[in-house]
Structure formats: structure tokens, C-alpha cells
Write a protein of this length. Sequence first.
Length: 387
Amino acid sequence: MSTAPPAHPLSLPVVWAGAFAFLTLGVLQAVYGPAFPAFEERYGVTTAQVGLMASAHFIGSASAPPLAGLLLTRLGLGRVVTAGFVLLAAGVSLVALAPSWPLALLGALVGGLGLGGVSAALNASYALFGTQAINFVNAVFGVGSMLAPLLLTLSAARGGSPLPLTFGTIAGLAVLSLLVFAFALSTWGLPRRHSTLDERTQQAQGGKLGLFTALMLLYVGLEVGTGAWAAKALSASGHAHPALMVSAYWGGLTVSRILTSLFGARFAAGRLVLGAAILATLAAALALSPPLAPLAYVLVGLACGPIFPTTLAWAAQHLPARLLTLTLVGGSAGGILMPWLLGLGFAGLGAWAVPALLTLCGVLLSGLVLVTLRLTHRLPPMPPERA
């Protein structure tokens, strides 16, 4: 059995660059939902129409990873991240100042494209540093997501529409993140991967890409599906304060990523993902019991936390950065499909269908992780080149 190459050394400027960047990404990713009432009031759109704002953002962010992977090999990390932050800042500035609804939607699309590009490039890059680094920056992303509603509330307290100050602040964070990133880039020192590979190795990479992409699809489906439908399922089962339990779910996700950033290096990435997937499946099954469901969803969050970033670190041992970003496309697909399937299940079968389908997703995820573990153990990891 081959061992993974050691993680690349992580410098303090690179840590700060990741913290600023992922904090900004987390705030933007989570701000649209809480801002829906402000968009309705400012532009006079209906509740059905306001959802287009989040859709425009998501279309932009989901379109970026393949392009980012292609450009990483041609332009390098610095130019891709710089372009992404420029697009992000321009997009949210347009949202802040747009005089009409179509222009606001365009701003969300452009900002989402920038977010997706920065996220794909930096996730692929931090994955090369190992389990601890990638979990840390994704934990900071979670902190940013929790701060987004607070930013909106503070902006609203000043009177008038909170949108200009909220999105103007995000634009400022993007500029600050870009400056910190530019300073860190001189000490970044990421290892490059071999670009010339024999035919057998390329075929093996294709198989592993398919497995890791499917793994991401199932995991993101589990994470986003739980966040989207747990409150509805809890409410239908008669539980009070379902939104509080969902907040605790997201909090558990962030806490477990912080813990993994501290202690995750003690475990092989693939085995850590397998253990977390099994625990998440058991927790989802526990939610089938209505009295235990609130606690169960919090446990799902705690178990799920390490899976996304650690899977990226695991995949980075076997795939080049340009292919690593493609696994994020699978995640985007899972984020679309699973909430839709859960909605169909809830409408047709009732509240119990939500934990049942989440459990099934967890079983499939655990099985796929086991298959991926066996395959990657038989094939050697991709060796780094000297930068």
C-alpha cells in the first residue's frame, strides 16, 4: 500500500490569506436568503421572483469551477484568484447600487462567478497543504456564513435599505482579501504536479476523478439537503424552534471542521472521510425517531463537517489541480438534486421521508468512500514536482 506524499509546509501569510478569503466567501454565500425581504421592498418583486437572486448567484458559482481548473494550468493561481476577487467585488458592488431588478440579478450572477472561481482555485490549492489546512479555511467559511445575518441586521439598524451597506461591506472585504492574498503569494510555494503522465496513469486518473466527483455529489447533497429540509421536517413533527436546531446543525458543521483542523493530521484522509460518513449515516437514521430528531440533526452536522474539506485533501493526493476543481461540479449537482428529491419525498410521503432519504444518501456515500479507499490504496498517489 502506498503512502500519501507529505503535506506542503504552511506559512503564516498563507494562513491569513485563506482566513480573509474564505471569511469573505462565507459571508457572501449566506447573505442572500436573509436579504430576501430587503430585495422585495427595494425592487417591488414578489416572493416567487426574489428567489431568482439566489439562483443567479448559484448559477454563477456553479459555472466557475471547470473554468477555474482550466485557467489554473494556463495562468497560475495568482491571476485566477485575482480575477475571481475582481469579479466578486464588481458583482456585489452592482448589487449594492443597482437601480433596477435586472441589474441586481446581473450583479448576483457576476459575484457568484467570482466566488466560484476563487473558491475552486483556493480549495484546490489548500487541499495540497493537507487535512488541517483545508479544514481550517472551510471552518472560517462557516464563520463567515454565520456572520452574514448579523451584518444584514446591523446594516438595517442604520435605517433605509440595508442592501447598499451590506453588499458594499462585502465588496470591501473582497478588496482586503485580495490585498492579503497578493502579499501571501510571494511565499505561497505550492508544489506543482507532473503534467506529463503515461496513458495508464491518465486512465487511472479518469477513474478516480469519477469516484471523487460522485462522492462530492452525494456529500453535498447530504449537507445541503439536511440544511434545507431539516427545519420543515422538524416543524411537521411538532417540534418547537426548528430554525434553532438547523442553526445548531450548521454550528456543529463549523465546530467539527475547527477540531479537524487541529487534530485531523493524526488520521489518513480517506479513513477520516469513511468514519465521518458512517457517523453521519447513523445520525441521519436516528432522526427517523421524532423525539430524537432535533439532537440527531445536530449530530449529522458534527459528523459531516470534515467530509468536504478532507475529501479535497484526499483527492489532491491523486488528481492534479485542474481535475480537482471538476469534483466541485459534482458537489454543485448534489446541491441541486438532493433538496429537490427531498421536496418530492416530503410532499408525497410526509416528514419521515426526509431522514429516510438522508439516511439512504449516507449509506450510498459510505459505500462509495469504501470503494474509493480500495481503489486509491491499489494505485500510487501522484508525486509532486519541485516548484
